[in-house]
Design a protein around this ligand. Structure first.
Ligand code: MOS
Length: 746
């Protein structure tokens, strides 16, 4: 039976009420006393062979008959007006199929995709499509734009001084902070700064668009095929079903590829005009100036505790360098919610700058805020003479601090105690020496959302081959969702994980799947997948029961075979499915709503060990120990790989990654991989990772998300380890050799 219910859904800390279609989920919870066959056991990726052999088709690999190539004219100025633009000259270049300028493309997110008033260097002004990429470049040159440069502001402090904001500054508070801090046994005041970090997914933003009989198909490197579909449909005045978005494989997104992106709009408009399929792939430079960034912040904290180390007041502020626009991600959520505290006040100031727009980047806001807040907690612990682990344990929050609602589950203390045990925390002072190389150890905790929610739909089909096919509307952005979903199907049907075909990333063939953002994919999709597989399981059991004259409740499905509990019966599943002929067993499942009046969060704690070369200023992260609580782990191998990736990206944030802007021109000077330093294998610390792996009792399957949690605490733990090693606080990331040496000289 289907019902429509009103429910609350969450994405990266933003809550909204929504109607959702709820169907019966007949699949029972796994029996906690029964050992699961494949769920919770490590599995290599189902896509491994395709990825390793190169047969996996990424969006930049898509090539269609008659396809032409797009190029984009971008402003070289940080702020300008376009005086004139010779569209006709560009159209006259041989091989050119379409030329578009300001006003020729539907707005995206109420903003022009092509503009004659570019407010940052890299803003798109015009676009062309031609038979070859070279002809497209020639057409760009023929546009001969006349630029009228204007004054610009690219520096965070200058922007704040001008009081030019992308959104109203906001203040939130509870309790009486001033009174609480006045009565505190110790108060520390700190300031931390974080850099603009660039997502740098290996595959840049790209799309191929084609029209056929008025319908639009876009192959898009996107984290949200359905979001892209809806966006394109609205922009081009089509019904959602008239638009098909495909993303079979993509080379990462890290938050910057939600929905269609300008590339999809441009390719679609150029394809509409040229009546040819159009391919648009951002260059690495375009990617790093015009596709988003993690915004830089300047954070201040004033926090106080009583003599026992219990927090009494937390005041914080964050000045954010938004760029021209973007979401104001929740920088101060760690200060507001990580620990129990009754008196909290925070202020956020989103400053407008003449730089590209900010965009989500793995735990946007929260990882930046954790960097400042979790180091401030260490400073408070030091002022009170309390161990950093101990002060964290003493301030555990029993309920979600902003709403006062209970958590669906929380095992943060388990994470903190276990990670300290793994790292040898009590002996950490033995690492410290007086020589040229100083070693130290620091910790930091993590809070994030990640509960997922409806809608999410899945279909499982089982035909005569005995190999189930899962069709689901998610896109695997590189996280291993396909594999984890195959594991869930395999568990329900008692078949090998590798025998499950997963068809995802195509809006035409499946029910709705969520955007892969906010660590919500698995938690949204997994229950729907299990429910779909369970419906097939019930049918299979019925058939087996008839065929082998045994009660369905006595049947065990395992290792691709139908058996009886007493072990006397054993038949391959194919003995049944072979008789299906051209029929197949089909099951459908959908994600139910989350519990009302509760909050779903993920937790974790990491410890980092660093070595600091006091002569060269080189900081090496030697070890990271990570323990996370994200409910049930479906595929520990995939989960561990998520943690490794998150930690490595945080090492980049902490040590080397920083967008550098030339103050005289307002342009980004390190928009390529030569100058913008992402970490490599050589920078990878030894990582030890464990999970609490306790299913959340309030969520179907007990699963929460893991995409973002691991990146959150690492940089703060590194900062705390640096302070432990050297006795010096470095207040601005990344901790480059220059900043390290300057810090040590003070
Ligand atoms: Mo968001 S950074 O796409 O999870």
């Amino acid at each position: 039976m289907a019902r429509l219910v009103r429910t609350q859904v969450e994405m990266e800390g933003r809550y909204e009420e929504r109607w959702t279609l709820v169907e019966d989920d007949a699949s029972p919870e796994y029996d906690p006393n029964e050992r699961l066959a494949v769920v919770g056991h490590p599995h290599t990726r189902v896509s491994a062979a395709a990825r390793l052999s190169g047969s996996a088709r990424f969006i930049s690999d898509i090539s269609l008959p008659g396809m032409v190539h797009a190029a984009v004219l971008r402003s070289p100025h940080a702020n300008a007006r376009v005086g004139s633009l010779d569209l006709a000259a560009a159209a006259a270049v041989p091989g050119v199929r379409a030329v578009i300028g300001p006003g020729d493309v539907p707005d995206r997110d109420r903003r022009p995709v092509l503009t004659d008033a570019p407010e940052y260097a890299g803003a798109a002004v015009a676009a062309v499509a031609a038979d070859t990429p070279e002809q497209a470049e020639q057409a760009l040159a023929a546009l001969a734009p006349a630029w009228e440069p204007l004054a610009f502001v690219c520096d965070l402090d200058d922007g704040l001084a001008r009081q030019d904001f992308t959104a109203e500054p906001s203040e939130t508070s509870r309790g009486d902070v001033d009174a609480a801090l006045a009565g505190a046994a110790a108060v520390v005041e700190t300031e931390y700064r974080t850099p603009a970090q660039l997502q740098n997914a290996l595959e840049t933003h790209c799309a191929v668009a084609a029209w056929e009989s008025g319908d639009l198909t876009v192959w898009s490197s996107t984290q949200g095929i359905f979001a892209a579909r809806d966006e394109l449909a609205a922009a081009f005045e089509l019904e959602p079903d008239d638009v098909r978005v495909v993303c079979e494989y993509m080379g990462g997104g890290f938050g910057a590829k939600q929905g269609s992106g300008a590339e999809g709009f441009l390719a679609a408009e150029l394809a509409r005009r040229s009546q040819r399929p159009v391919r648009l792939v951002f260059s690495r430079r375009d990617e790093n100036v015009a596709a988003g960034h993690r915004f830089p912040t300047a954070q201040t904290y004033r926090i106080g505790a009583d003599a026992t180390g219990r927090l009494v007041g937390i005041e914080s502020s964050a000045v954010i360098g938004m760029g021209v626009h973007g979401w104001v991600f929740p920088v101060l959520t760690p200060a507001e919610t990580l620990y129990a505290c009754e008196n909290v006040r925070s202020m956020v100031l989103p400053v407008k700058l003449n730089l590209g727009f900010s965009n989500a980047f793995r735990a946007p806001g929260v990882m930046e805020g954790t960097f400042g807040f979790e180091q401030t907690i260490d400073e408070l612990a030091e002022a009170l003479g309390i161990d950093p682990l101990e002060i964290r344990l003493r301030n555990g929050a029993a309920v979600e601090q902003a709403s006062g609602r209970p958590y669906t589950s929380k095992h943060l203390e388990t994470c903190q105690r276990r990670v300290a045990e793994l790292a040898g925390w009590p002996e950490r002072d033995a690492l410290r020496t007086d020589g040229r190389i100083r070693r130290g150890m620091g910790m930091a905790s993590q809070i994030w959302w990640g509960g997922g929610g409806p809608p999410a739909h899945a279909t499982v089909r089982l035909g005569r081959s005995g190999r189930p096919t899962l069709v689901c509307g998610f896109q695997d952005i590189g996280t291993g969702t396909m594999t984890a979903c195959a594991v869930i199907v395999a568990e329900s049907l008692g078949v090998a994980v590798d025998s499950v075909r997963v068809r995802a990333g195509d809006t035409a063939g499946s029910g709705y799947g969520p955007t892969s953002g906010g660590s919500m994919t698995m938690a949204s999709v997994a229950p729907a997948v299990r429910s779909a597989a369970h419906h097939v399981r019930l049918q299979l059991l019925d058939l087996a029961s008839d065929m082998f004259e045994i009660s369905a409740s006595d049947i065990v499905l395992r290792d691709g075979a139908v058996g009886s509990r007493d072990g006397t019966l054993h038949h391959e599943i194919t003995e049944i499915t072979a008789k299906l002929g051209d029929a197949s067993l089909v099951g459908h499942g959908s994600r139910g709503p989350n519990p009302d009046d509760m909050r779903i969060h993920t937790f974790g704690c990491q410890v980092a060990q660093v070595a600091v070369d006091t002569l060269t200023g080189r900081l090496v992260v030697e070890h990271v120990w990570a323990v996370h609580d994200v409910g049930r782990i479906i595929n520990p191998m995939g989960a561990m790989s998520q943690v490794t990736g998150g930690i490595l990206q945080a090492v980049g944030f902490a040590l080397t990654e920083e967008r550098v802007v030339d103050p005289t021109t307002g342009t980004v000077v390190n928009a390529g991989f030569e100058d913008y330093k992402v970490p490599t294998m050589a920078d990878t610390p030894e990582i030890v990772c464990e999970f609490v792996d306790t299913p959340d009792p309030n969520l179907a399957l007990g699963v929460k998300g893991l995409g973002e949690p691991p990146i959150i605490p690492t940089a703060a733990a590194i900062g705390n380890a640096f302070a432990h090693a050297t006795g010096v606080r470095l207040r601005e990331a990344p901790y480059t050799p220059r900043r390290v040496l300057e810090g040590l000289e003070q």
